[in-house]
Design a protein around this ligand. Structure first.
Ligand code: OFO
Length: 169
């Protein structure tokens, strides 16, 4: 049976992952309105990944005999009004999520739950990848500046991203 304090940390993180899904849905709609279909695809993959992250924790908590407590998801608010600013927001958000996953790991260490630490190792590695992915797009957007042609080339590139269901744990 999982420690109650750790179960609470997981429940809080499940809410954060579902919020991420919701936020990226809002950003997907932002790019739909700009008719940048490659960006739409990039966020669609992001939405699916966040759902998988949440479900991974829900299933884990359930397997460990913890009570899954789904909470209200905040209204997503996009900070910024240009593609560059939106991606700056994505990076800030992922850095925040990384800090929250680290917090769940801190609790797992405190209650000496080795099985949970093993699972959380996967999430910590995943956050490294998340931040690297976003930083890559952000760097290109900074190079692009106001060049519309270059923006359309990036859009084409982002259209090739595909969702691969993660094997969590
Ligand atoms: Fe779940 O990694 Fe992004 O937020």
């Amino acid at each position: 049976m999982i420690d109650e304090k750790l179960a609470e940390a997981f429940n809080d993180q499940i809410n954060k992952e579902l919020y991420s899904e919701y936020l990226y849905h809002a950003m997907k709609i932002y790019f739909q309105e700009l008719n940048l279909q490659g960006f739409v695809n990039w966020f669609d993959v992001q939405v699916q990944e966040e759902r998988a992250h949440a479900v991974g924790m829900i299933n884990y908590l359930n397997d460990r005999g913890g009570k899954v407590d789904l909470r209200a998801i905040d209204k997503p608010v996009i900070e910024g009004s240009t593609p560059l600013e939106v991606f700056e927001h994505v990076l800030r958000h992922e850095e925040f999520v990384t800090s929250r996953i680290n917090h769940v790991m801190d609790v797992a260490e405190e209650v000496r739950d080795r099985a949970a630490m093993h699972l959380l190792d996967w999430y910590i590695k995943e956050q490294v990848e998340e931040e690297a992915n976003v930083s890559g797009v952000l760097a290109t957007l900074r190079l692009i500046g106001d060049d519309k042609k270059a923006l359309l080339m990036l859009d084409k590139d982002l259209a090739t991203r595909t969702f691969v269901a993660p094997v969590i744990g």
